[in-house]
Design a protein. Sequence first.
Length: 341
Amino acid sequence: MSDAGPSLAAIAPEQVELGCAFGPLALRSPILTASGCFAYGQQFEQFMDLRQIGGLSTKGISPLPRHGNPLPRIYETASGMLNSIGLENVGCEVFLTEKLPFLAGLGVSVWVNFFGTDFKTYVECARTLGEGAGGGIDVLEMNISCPNIKKGGIEFGTVPEVAHRLTKACVEVTDIPIVVKLTPNVSDVVGMADAVKQAGAAGVSLINTITGMAVDVRSRRSRIATTYGGLSGPAIKPVALRMVHQVASALPGFPICGMGGILSGEDALEFLIAGAHCVQLGTINFSDPGAAVRVTHELRELMATLGIRSVAEAVATLQPHPAEPVFAAARPAAQPEGEPS
């Protein structure tokens, strides 16, 4: 972790260097977009210049196409959103031939999120994407944390030994770095992160959604067809920050991509200070499709105001509070001996 402390001298925005490192991977900015919230990128071209962001993570890709879960699949909650999309996607073959060429031509970091329904299909997907990438994929983001499918996903993301074996098997079939996307629905996120690190993962993404539910009291039915869904948005940000900091503190230097409720440049900087090396924006893309560029500009301006010259100066620099006794300020001053109180 960096020893850099807070700086007070403001600098000009153009003096801020947003280029940063995620392990051996160079990013032009720490702001990326999250899987499942940005489709395959092309739809967002009309809202912003995609070349201004650090990168993007695609919809989760499986060996064969998936239709996803039945409707309704999305419900807005207080400070968040429940979703149960079910990882609908075009499958490996169509992705590699029809979607990847556009992404590879952007000049930003391309993270391809992938998953399987069992051990074999995870490995098959990693191998197929690796062999067909043609240099167009920078990271394979392995999703072992989706709560919205019956087989695969979170089944592999709650037991460290299982996650270790799966990660190791996928790492062995491709030269592309594998970053593992972890679930918050565990009691020991550090144990999970360490398990995939020991298996050869290049880093972790955290957090994925928190399993939740909403009820329509008039129909007495769940607001989404699968009953439970993944809660995302600002409501989960404190949980995400806590888990990022826990992993960063326990595994210093291990690359972390933080996410969960990021709406602004200040939110992004919070994650960097907590220990993330880069961040992903998810739910905000539905209401503000140009958010990634806006947040990039906000982050630069805020870093300049605070005198932070580079992303590296911010990462993992959370300062401890001064060790002061509780209620110390409320204690009465000591009386000199002999004087009446």
